[in-house]
Write a protein that binds this ligand. Sequence first.
Ligand SMILES: NC(=O)C1=CN([C@@H]2O[C@H](COP(=O)(O)OP(=O)(O)OC[C@H]3O[C@@H](n4cnc5c(N)ncnc54)[C@H](O)[C@@H]3O)[C@@H](O)[C@H]2O)C=CC1
Ligand SMILES: O=C(O)[C@H]1O[C@H](OP(=O)(O)OP(=O)(O)OC[C@H]2O[C@@H](n3ccc(=O)[nH]c3=O)[C@H](O)[C@@H]2O)[C@H](O)[C@@H](O)[C@@H]1O
Length: 465
Amino acid sequence: MKIKNICCIGAGYVGGPTMAVIAQKCPHINVTVVDINEDRIAAWNDENLDNLPVFEPGLDSIVKEARGRNLFFSTEVDKAIDNSEIIFISVNTPTKTYGKGKGMAADLKYIELCARQIARVSKQDKIVVEKSTLPVRTAAAIKSILNNTGHHVHFEILSNPEFLAEGTAVNDLLMPDRVLIGGESTPKGKEALKALTDIYANWVPREKILTTNVWSSELSKLTANAFLAQRVSSINAMSEICEKTGADINEVAKAIGMDSRIGPKFLKASVGFGGSCFQKDILNLVYIAKSYGLDEVADYWEQVILINEHQKQRFSDLIVSTLYNTVSGKKITFLGWAFKKDTNDTRESAAIKVADSLLSEQAKISVYDPKVVAKQIYSDLDYLKTRSSEENRNLLQVHKDPYEACNQSHSVAILTEWDEFVSYDWQRIYDNMQKPAFVFDGRGILNKTELERIGFVYYKIGSGA
Ligand SMILES: NC(=O)C1=CN([C@@H]2O[C@H](COP(=O)(O)OP(=O)(O)OC[C@H]3O[C@@H](n4cnc5c(N)ncnc54)[C@H](O)[C@@H]3O)[C@@H](O)[C@H]2O)C=CC1
Ligand SMILES: O=C(O)[C@H]1O[C@H](OP(=O)(O)OP(=O)(O)OC[C@H]2O[C@@H](n3ccc(=O)[nH]c3=O)[C@H](O)[C@@H]2O)[C@H](O)[C@@H](O)[C@@H]1O
């Protein structure tokens, strides 16, 4: 099968970067990324590459190279579907906020809308690729919609979950550990698997392109995120034991990570994992397990989330107790708001929960983040509905200069591990703070000896004060 046109529905953190890399590596294929969000598409088309809606190191130069050549961003969804032999669905699949499965199950309404639209528009056979993260067996629902509402064209459904991490998306896409494609073992299924494999093979070694059945592929994505998040919760659980016992979490992580069966990656203690996916995907897994009556399995995975909530809460509790049991009226500076460094994404960032707890204690918070804008920070807090948006704006200020944010502060809390925080002039920060000056390092990135030499009272996650 000769593929000339690809369409991707959803121009978000996955659709945008993924398609940009496919377009760069496959100049013989036209790639059109469509979205119903006009502002987002306009931003992808912005002449000024600083205005792209997704910040990812290296993404701007790839967009610059391919955009207008064989990479297009558009709001004309029907046209792009009609023109393409392969359609990726890369829309959001958030946790349901209503009805059955509220707070647990994945909300598949955007997926279903896409399937119905593809069915309505398509006049020729198409390959439909699940790029979004989906509950296992979603392909069956998509297939049923496509086969019952379309123009009797043949649809082949593939599962091709995305494993990129934000902040390293471009590298992850250029050099993936593996590409996973699930498909049916019928002749047409095999043909579809080959067509998609051939696209990736333009830059990914074939031995790294793994094909499985559809259900294994769908479930592998949830499993990978569950295992990764479990590692973070495991190291964070140990970080609390370290703080009680005098052990140091970095030393423990190094010692266990040298065991080749455990490995050194993803063992960084933190103020809690964030991001749009770990929590939602584990909740989804818990929901799936419960729906099959597997309560013990569900309880096991739910603990990963509970430890994560605990880690965020204990960090804000520690700030309050260390600051003499009251933060009312005290200025606390947050360095970082993004859920990790090198991204402007704040979804489920630990900073949001920690700020909310401290604001409920009447603290005054100043925030500096190199990439997150004030509008986003206020919208994250307003979304919680803990207090009025006017109160949020009164209690929390956003700064464009880190030194200004720290000025006259009682304490600085590190919420994101941005590299630039390490090289700040900490003496200057100390000189302009209230005394005693506290630093709560929720990412363990600063130099304890140096900060204590300056005069700070320094707390590091996983090794205490
Ligand atoms: N963010 C990440 O790092 C990763 C996300 N994923 C998964 O990929 C999927 C997408 O995630 P993100 O890109 O982060 O979401 P996102 O929210 O950044 O982007 C989704 C886009 O889809 C658009 N959309 C929704 N319904 C639409 C429709 N009917 N027609 C056209 N456009 C529509 C939205 O307007 C939005 O721009 C999710 O299932 C997520 O779990 C997987 C791996 C990594
Ligand atoms: O499905 C997804 O959305 C993606 O979720 C994660 O990627 P992402 O959330 O972008 O970023 P991670 O690097 O995994 O970090 C997630 C959170 O865990 C935290 N973390 C990570 C690693 C660690 O050692 N310690 C730690 O606290 C990070 O600070 C961050 O808040 C996975 O790593 C990706 O493989 C997956 O595709």
